[in-house]
Write a protein that binds this ligand. Sequence first.
Ligand SMILES: Nc1nc2c(ncn2[C@@H]2O[C@H](COP(=O)(O)OP(=O)(O)O[C@H]3O[C@H](CO)[C@@H](O)[C@H](O)[C@@H]3O)[C@@H](O)[C@H]2O)c(=O)[nH]1
Ligand SMILES: [Mg+2]
Length: 199
Amino acid sequence: MGRDLIGNPNVVVRDVELLSAHWYVLRVTTFEYRHRDGTWSTERRETYDRGDGATILLHDTERRRILLTRQFRFPAYVNGHPDGMLLETAGGLLDADDAETAIRREAEEETGHRIGEVTHVFDAYMSPGSVTEVVHFYAAPYSPASVAGAGGGLADDGEDIELVELDFDEALESIGTGIVDGKTIMLLQWAALRGPFAR
Ligand SMILES: Nc1nc2c(ncn2[C@@H]2O[C@H](COP(=O)(O)OP(=O)(O)O[C@H]3O[C@H](CO)[C@@H](O)[C@H](O)[C@@H]3O)[C@@H](O)[C@H]2O)c(=O)[nH]1
Ligand SMILES: [Mg+2]
């Protein structure tokens, strides 16, 4: 992975070493890098590869409400979040699916809503210095009519996902306090500026 990259003439990959492939994949890559002053240096960078992800803001524009999930996130808990119970937009890894198929699957697994038309918002690298993942961002309406199941995630995967419906303006106010997940903050701000709740 990465040995055949040729898009950037200032980068020559020399070696890719697999460090771990336990759940996701950690590699260290050695490459020559040409700096802006023309000199070359050898650099080594670790990359954590979990595949790509997708996330979706479910909104009820008429009632000015959104549907989020709450679940335990150990990496946040171990890094200072008081209880690790994060409020997030629904989402997950693409696995073998394309992004739109994956977000429909994740939305239904996690929230129980079978969504109709989705809006593609943007794609973004969430942690580009260390994590390869691109996240595909979406939005879609939800309503009582879109309920197709209970949601809650896949119990077999150890998921235990609570549904949390919030007033949109209260959610915006909670950015930085009750809502501290990056993808969720990005979708809330998009929704207020250019999306379904823009005034
Ligand atoms: N056993 C085990 N299970 C794991 C491990 N890491 C993750 N899992 C499980 O793998 C499943 C992944 O669920 P998804 O819904 O596909 O992904 P997610 O964790 O919700 O979100 C991912 O994508 C988001 C983008 O929308 C990312 O924001 C998020 O960080 C993550 O990569 C979850 O059941 C999770 O508990 C691990 O090390 N060991
Ligand atoms: Mg998920």
